[in-house]
Every structure is written in structure tokens, then in C-alpha cells.
Design a protein around this ligand. Structure first.
Ligand code: F6R
Length: 245
């Protein structure tokens, strides 16, 4: 595993964006896995700058396909905090990705299990994910694979941990509006990506980063699956790295 420790959170975004831009430059029709939440926000902003028509050596995302990691189950259609809305607002529009090439699990499907299976099939049908961008929860989740998730799990319905619901309450008007269930790529699905890139900033992620990078491989800390991957990169600022030996 490659660990890059930067002085500032801004540099995390700069380093991660440069890695993603490199993938798209070498393969303009790359299939990318994208995370939502706060951690990758500045990375997407940096990528938007790099893809602006006026940017020197601009990166063209028009032929890129993206697959989101996860989606809440049960939010009303068009809810601004649904990950379909977030992916559109923070990634697809700013980067100039064709909306037809943007995929998010269907959290409104009548048959959520079938929607989850269809999502894995769609990823496989697209040729698999070249690079999967990840954030990490304070409890070590990646995607919404909460502690005790099977290390070989596929995309499926999961229940959000109380801590995750509390952490994500900041995106909603009240904590009880945070959905209880989600559809998330499984740890096995994530591990199938040809490259993993995890970004984290801030001291509140230090414990999770330490367990992911230096702890034993364990479903107690789902992000420890990065240790099994042949091409995983972790980009963290000093604060998020502060629990590392
Ligand atoms: C989001 C996702 C989650 C987040 C994690 C960290 O699609 O899958 O694993 O990456 O909850 O969230 P933030 O970045 O908001 O701290």
C-alpha cells in the first residue's frame, strides 16, 4: 500500500486529483468509482478546475463513466441529499460527464435486492472499475460497509450504523431524517477495482486510518481490505495520519 501524507487538507485534494487526472489522460473512457460525503469534495473541485475549457492541458471527462459507491434507501425522488443528486451536483455537472454515463444504485427500487444485483452486473458490463475513490467513516467503513461486513460482500442492502447516521445528520434538517438503510457496493465489489484511492483529512479520521493501514485485516475495520489490494493508495493530511506508528 502506498501512503502519502500531506501537510494540508488542500494538498490531499491536489494529490488525489492529479492521480485521477492521470488515469483519465491515459484512458479518456475510463470507468471511475466515486465516493460522496465531505472527504472527496475538494478533489472534485480540483478536477473541475483541471477540466475547465481554459485549463492548460485540460482533462476531458466527457467519455468517462462513473459508478457511485452507495445510495440511501427510501429518500423521496430528487431529494438533494440523495447520492444521485450529490453525484450530479458535485461530480457530473462540474466535470462535464455525460449524465447517461453516471450510475448510482437505485435506492427507490421496489426490489432493492434486485437493484443491488443489477448494479454489480452494470459495473461488470462496463468492464469493471479502473480507479475507485474512497472516503472512510470514523468507524472504518468504506462505502457503507459498516463494521462486521463480509470482506467478500457484493453490492447489497445494508443498515447504517448509529454512528454513521449521527455523522451524516449534518446533511439533513434533523437526525431522524437520515435514512436507516442503503445500497452499497460490497467490500468484494470495491476490491475488484483495479486501483483504490482513499482520501481522509482531519484528526477524527486518525483512528480509522491507523486501523485500516496498520491494524490486522478485520471486518471490525472494513477499510483494512486495502491491505489485500495490489494497487491501493491512501492520501491523508498530517492530522488524519497522526495515529500511524
Ligand atoms: C460515501 C461513502 C462513505 C463516506 C464516509 C466518509 O459515498 O461511501 O464511506 O466516504 O462516510 O464520509 P465523509 O467524507 O463525509 O467524512
Amino acid at each position: 500500500m502506498e501512503i502519502i501524507i500531506t501537510d494540508t487538507p488542500d494538498e490531499v485534494a491536489r494529490v488525489a486529483a492529479d492521480i485521477i487526472a492521470g488515469v483519465v489522460r491515459s484512458r479518456p473512457d475510463a470507468v471511475l468509482g466515486v465516493a460522496t460525503g465531505s472527504s472527496p469534495g475538494a478533489t472534485y473541485q480540483r478536477l473541475a478546475e483541471l477540466s475547465a475549457p481554459s485549463a492548460p492541458g485540460r482533462v476531458d471527462f466527457s467519455a468517462v463513466t462513473v459508478f457511485a459507491l452507495d445510495e440511501y434507501v427510501g429518500l423521496p425522488a430528487g431529494h438533494p441529499e440523495s447520492y444521485a443528486a450529490v453525484v450530479s451536483r458535485e461530480i457530473v455537472r462540474p466535470l462535464g460527464i455525460d449524465p447517461a454515463n453516471a450510475h448510482v444504485p437505485d435506492g427507490a427500487a421496489a426490489d432493492a435486492d434486485a437493484a443491488a444485483a443489477a448494479y454489480d452486473a452494470a459495473i461488470a458490463g462496463a468492464g469493471g472499475i479502473e480507479l475507485q475513490l474512497l472516503g472512510i467513516g470514523r468507524n472504518g467503513h468504506v462505502g457503507f460497509n459498516e463494521p462486521s461486513s463480509s470482506l467478500s460482500s457484493r453490492t447489497r442492502v445494508k443498515t447504517l450504523a448509529p454512528q454513521t447516521r449521527a455523522d451524516n445528520a449534518r446533511f439533513f434538517d434533523s437526525p431522524d431524517q437520515v435514512p436507516v438503510h442503503c445500497i452499497t457496493q460490497g467490500l468484494g465489489t470495491i476490491g475488484d477495482a483495479r486501483r483504490l484511492l482513499l482520501v481522509a483529512q482531519g484528526a477524527e479520521k486518525a483512528d480509522a486510518i491507523a486501523h485500516a493501514v496498520e491494524g490486522p485485516l478485520s471486518s471490525r475495520w472494513p477499510a483494512s481490505i486495502l491491505q489485500l489490494h495490489r494497487h491501493a493508495t491512501v492520501v491523508v493530511d498530517e492530522a488524519a495520519a497522526s495515529g500511524l506508528a
